[in-house]
Ligand binder design. Structure first.
Ligand code: NAD
Length: 260
């Protein structure tokens, strides 16, 4: 279905981004991977995706806190894949601290990666999408784009900002073939959440399993994690023709978190 389309997925060397990149690749899209990690591992991943799905896979290790790096990533995608049809703004970080102790440099980093990078990427790719009258901008927000939790002020602010950006871009493109939407996951078991499980286990003297159960129990009524594969399938749906008139929404995949 996505044969002939190209996608840039930020933060796709791990977790949700990798799940989305894999799902788009399986559907036929050429992919630019981005994110940090061991270079030989990333090279292996590139080759594996390319041979499994018969697609082009490029990589750029651009740091999403750096506007010049973001520009370089867009240039790399245009050069190596020819164009950008789909932009998935997924790279994101978390920092947990009460607001009165929140380190200013952590606030700046969370806002830069989670909010400013999606703005810069949207700004950079929208022109060519509008020229071809087809494009998909998918922002990976969070349930924290809709509601708050304690000790996550920067993350909650950044994800509420991403929802605002999504709606504004959706309105600006409403009469075109370009759509902009967000996905709002609840807990997904990735390195980002494992760090929070580790901190909870340490704080309350719990095993990894008991800390996972406690983490889910507080917020996610299904008591199960959403998977990167499920989020990948949702991203593929947003790229389909069936979703061409879905504009400016935040789709939860959250085990009932937002139903409470
Ligand atoms: P993760 O830590 O597993 O992966 C993050 C990815 O971003 C990695 O590839 C990493 O290398 C990359 N990255 C980090 N800093 C970067 C930077 N400065 N520049 C470029 N790449 C960078 O995280 P995840 O859990 O897969 O989260 C992905 C997105 O999903 C984030 O935006 C996060 O806020 C969101 N999200 C996650 C959950 C969850 O439960 N895991 C829930 C809701 C939303």
């Amino acid at each position: 279905m996505l044969n002939g389309k190209t996608a840039v997925v930020t933060g796709s060397t791990s977790g949700i981004g990798l799940g989305i990149a894999r799902a788009l690749a399986a559907d036929g899209a050429d992919i630019l991977l981005n994110g940090f990690g061991d270079t030989s591992e990333i090279d292996r991943l590139r080759r594996q995706l390319s041979s499994e799905y018969g697609i082009k896979v490029a990589y750029c290790g651009a740091d999403m806190t750096k506007p010049a790096d973001i520009e370089r990533m867009i240039q790399t995608a245009n050069r190596e894949l020819g164009k950008i049809d789909i932009a998935v703004n997924n790279a994101g970080i978390q920092h947990v601290s009460p607001v009165q102790d929140f380190p200013v440099d952590r606030w700046d980093a969370v806002i830069a990666i989670n909010l400013t990078a999606p703005f810069l990427i949207t700004r950079a790719v929208l022109g060519q999408m509008l020229e071809r009258d087809w494009g998909r901008i998918i922002n990976i927000a969070s349930v924290h784009g809709q509601v708050a939790s304690v000790d996550k002020s920067a993350y909650v602010a950044s994800k509420h900002g991403v929802m605002g950006l999504t709606r504004a871009v959706a309105l600006e493109t409403a009469t075109t073939g370009v759509t902009c939407n967000a996905i709002c996951p609840g807990w997904v078991l990735t390195p980002l959440v494992q760090k929070q499980i580790d901190a909870l286990a340490m704080r309350d003297g719990l095993s990894n399993e008991d800390a996972s159960v406690k983490l889910l129990g507080d917020k996610q009524p299904s008591q199960t994690f959403t998977s990167p594969e499920q989020l990948g399938a949702l991203a593929v749906y947003l790229c389909s023709d069936a979703a061409c008139n879905m504009r400016g929404v935040g789709l939860p995949l959250d085990g009932g978190w937002l139903a409470q």
